[in-house]
Design a protein around this ligand. Structure first.
Ligand code: FAD
Ligand code: NAD
Length: 474
């Protein structure tokens, strides 16, 4: 490292992208610091995202199995009593353990945690709190935060974001979820299972945009059967809070008469947007695209030499395992190795019951590029699913009609989050260097790992993992 630099690598943001990048950079012998403005490391995912939501999903699933008769069906008679403070305590405990684990890994790998909000002073200089540091390489891993809805003020008490919805002190009588995406369905499921009436207001004609259409329809049918009421093709035009209640004004998305819905709690979950406010990008000579994201090339270099970006702040799915893999790849690229992420094989899992998962192209996307074959297998015909009294859902495989090459796999099943890894594994190993290129439908060209010729694939932090070497885990 040239004397004038304080660090070889400064990572801004300690989420799954940032902390993984920092640890990998340090493991590769680079003098590394990580700036984080939160009180704890781990970013959205560990503090207010994946981990606490999964803690509540898991616990509430047990509650429903006991309360809803699934256990009784198997000869286990129980009458459960909800101890919400204890349910929250185990969530808080999970978060504490995992965020503390990252702090331990930082110390172990001699990564300096610069506490405070980071802002560029120039392309290689960043101010963090009272300290100004110079780094040869700077990785922007600032993540994302809740997209606000005009006319709706989030107070985190009555009108909550996902963060407030993880911490509700009592089960709401009526929870209205704005947005039938991943967060709305996961957190809506949590509170429905423990007794709330849940209404989901979705702007589009179907829930779960981005997922395969058959899966979206089936999910909608199953969640309706579970008791969630859906108002599809509906937009919220305002929310007023009065006397501890919320009054939502909704109208058809295509226009028409408005009506009101009363709620005890409103969850705003209409997406997330990249965090770049107050980062001083302009001082570094960087700009964002129309969606507020920082553009990079496939090595995660931005348009400014020495500045890199990964995770939710760059284009692509906002998923923790995507951010993590980008974190490893960017550190390897900075160290002069070849770090690659195959963005065509990033599975997505919704941790409801049943779970919903997919990887690759949807049927509609695949059809845009040519003729396809579709195979579908109902879980009802699967012996284990039947025996376990979990018959809902199916597995759908989309292949190129001429070559039989698999283009996408989508599923709803109690264990879809685990099975999706199985579906993607042969597919990702088929992407071996020197094999024929992926079809034009899989848009990115095959990239070759020049020094370590191995393809890496991570299905999900919560499922099996074919990673090439030990990595920080939580
Ligand atoms: P983040 O995790 O957002 O981390 C960025 C960090 O940077 C933050 O800690 C922030 O404080 C810090 N920061 C920002 N700006 C600055 C600055 N200027 N200076 C210093 N620090 C700064 N994904 C999954 O794959 N599976 C799931 O099950 C899942 N569940 C989720 C559930 C919820 C409720 C939510 C909200 C998200 C969930 N996600 C899930 C998405 C996942 O959390 C994100 O994709 C992931 O955290 C992105 O990682 P990141 O490192 O890019 O950013
Ligand atoms: P999302 O993009 O998944 O869903 C948002 C939904 O809100 C969409 O269906 C959209 O049509 C709808 N919507 C938008 N504006 C609306 C309006 N005005 N009125 C009604 N509906 C409206 O976003 P999310 O659920 O907020 O999740 C954010 C991100 O977090 C996602 O990108 C997801 O990848 C990530 N996440 C992942 C997991 C997981 O992997 N299990 C869990 C939670 C969150």
């Amino acid at each position: 490292m040239a004397e004038s630099y304080d660090f070889d690598v400064l990572v801004i943001g300690a989420g799954p992208g940032g902390y993984v990048a920092a640890i990998r950079a340090a493991q590769l012998g680079l003098k590394t610091a990580c700036a984080e403005s939160r009180e704890t490391l781990g970013g959205t995912c560990l503090n207010v995202g994946c981990i606490p939501s999964k803690a509540l999903l898991h616990a509430s699933e047990y509650f429903e199995a006991a309360a809803g008769g699934a256990m009784a069906k198997m000869g286990i008679k129980v009458t459960p009593e909800l101890d919400l403070p204890a349910m929250h305590a185990q969530r808080i405990d999970a978060v504490k353990g995992l965020t503390g684990g990252i702090e331990f890994l930082f110390k172990k790998n001699k990564i300096e945690w610069l506490k405070g909000h980071a802002s560029f002073e120039s392309a290689d200089t960043v101010k963090v709190g009272d300290r100004t540091v110079r780094a040869k390489n700077i990785v922007i891993a600032t993540g994302s935060s809740v997209t606000p809805l005009p006319g709706v003020e989030i107070d985190e008490k009555i009108v909550v974001s996902s963060t407030g919805a993880l911490e509700l002190g009592k089960v709401p009588g009526h929870l209205v979820v704005i947005g039938g995406g991943v967060i709305g369905l996961e957190l809506g499921s949590v509170w429905r299972r423990v007794g709330a009436k849940v209404t989901c207001v979705e702007f589009l004609d179907q829930i779960l945009p981005g997922f395969d259409d058959d899966v979206r329809k089936e999910a909608n049918k199953i969640f309706k059967k579970q008791g969630i009421e859906f108002r599809l093709g509906t937009k919220v035009t305002g929310v007023k809070v009065d006397g501890g209640k919320a009054m939502l004004t909704v109208e058809p998305a295509k226009g028409g008469a408005s009506e009101t819905i009363e709620a005890d709690t409103v969850l705003v979950s209409i997406g997330r947007r990249p965090n770049t406010d107050g980062l001083g990008l302009e001082k570094a000579g960087l700009a964002t695209n129309q969606r507020g994201q920082i553009e990079t090339d496939h090595e995660f270099r931005t348009s400014v030499k020495g500045i890199w970006a990964i995770g939710d702040v760059i284009p692509g799915p906002m998923l923790a395992h995507k951010a993590e893999d980008e974190g490893i790849a960017v550190a390897e690229n900075i160290a002069g190795l070849t770090g690659i992420v195959n963005h065509d094989v990033i599975p997505s899992v919704v941790y409801t019951m049943p779970e919903i998962a997919g990887v690759g192209l949807t049927e509609a996307q695949a059809k845009e590029h040519g003729e396809v074959k579709v195979g579908k297998f109902p879980m009802l015909a699967n012996s284990r699913a039947k025996t376990n009294h979990e018959p809902d859902g199916f597995v759908k495989v989309i292949a190129d009609a001429k070559t039989d090459r698999v283009l996408g796999v989508w599923m709803i099943a109690s264990v879809a989050g685990t099975m999706i890894a199985q579906a993607a594994r042969p597919w990702s190993s088929a992407l071996h260097p020197r094999t024929s290129p992926t079809p034009a439908t899989l848009t990115r060209p095959i990239q070759r790992r020049s020094r370590k010729r191995r393809w890496r694939f991570r299905a999900s932090r919560f499922t099996s993992d074919v990673s090439r070497e030990p990595r920080p885990s939580h």
